[in-house]
Ligand binder design. Structure first.
Ligand code: PLP
Length: 228
């Protein structure tokens, strides 16, 4: 059995166990395989094991991989920092953009999504620990931005994404995740399409799932260290 196969099975098992322990339906947490800094060959290998959704953080690297893997039906998610001069390529090439944190980006993605494609799935990134360096929307501005996202053509608001401050205690993590879960409940009534809460990475999968995550984004635990 390959190392990747072993870690993929082990990870799916871990997600399932955490989901069941939280008393949630076994299929309600999706795995996003974070393939940044991993070669296309490994993405192909994982796809052949059944993984369809992949996350990338760097646009040029992602586009190169997409071109190499254009024979596969991969669902591509952008999870990296966004720059407004890159939105045209994002809107044309990705299925999901998870790191949207401003009105300007929403409008550009909406206008630039090619008409022949289905709407671009959008998650609004929430800055939950109020870190001045980190990107993300301040919770107080979220509802207004969500309402606007719902009105725009070419995009479909699906929910929220968050990256908590690293190195926190489990109790602090739980508090942060609970705040995001509450924001999710606040915006859910705005649209029936809002169903995705993207939170949890290699280091905090169980806490995130216990707090209501519907999508965990996992890189190093799956592929091994990126050597960054
Ligand atoms: C890199 C990255 C991940 C995956 O992190 P791991 O710790 O390797 O699982 C998840 N989300 C975002 C936004 C990332 O940039």
């Amino acid at each position: 059995m390959s190392e990747l196969l072993k870690s993929y099975f082990a990870l799916n098992e871990r997600i399932l166990t955490a989901t069941e322990l939280s008393g949630r339906d076994h299929s309600c947490v999706q795995l996003l395989a974070v393939s940044k800094r991993q070669p296309a060959l490994r993405v192909r290998e994982l796809y052949q094991l059944g993984q369809l959704a992949f996350g990338e953080s760097y646009l040029q690297e992602a586009i190169q991989k997409m071109d190499e893997l254009s024979d596969l039906s991969i669902q591509w998610h952008f999870i990296g920092p966004l720059q407004s001069n890159k939105t045209r390529q994002l809107a044309a090439r990705f299925d999901w953009v998870q790191s949207v944190d401003s009105e300007k980006l929403l409008i550009r993605l909406s206008e630039q999504r090619p008409e022949e494609l289905s709407p671009l799935n959008i998650l609004l990134q929430v800055n939950i620990d109020s870190e001045s360096q980190k990107r993300g929307i301040n919770p107080s501005q979220l509802e207004a931005l969500a309402k606007q996202a719902i009105r725009l053509k070419g995009i479909r608001l699906r929910g929220l994404m968050t990256i908590p401050k690293p190195g926190k205690s489990r109790a602090e993590q739980e508090r942060s995740f609970a705040k995001v879960a509450a924001l999710m409940q606040q915006i859910k009534p705005l649209s029936a399409k809002i169903d995705t809460l993207s939170m949890g990475m290699s280091a905090d999968i169980e806490t995130a799932i216990a707090s209501g995550s519907t999508m965990v984004r996992v890189g190093s635990l799956l592929f091994g260290s990126r050597g960054e």
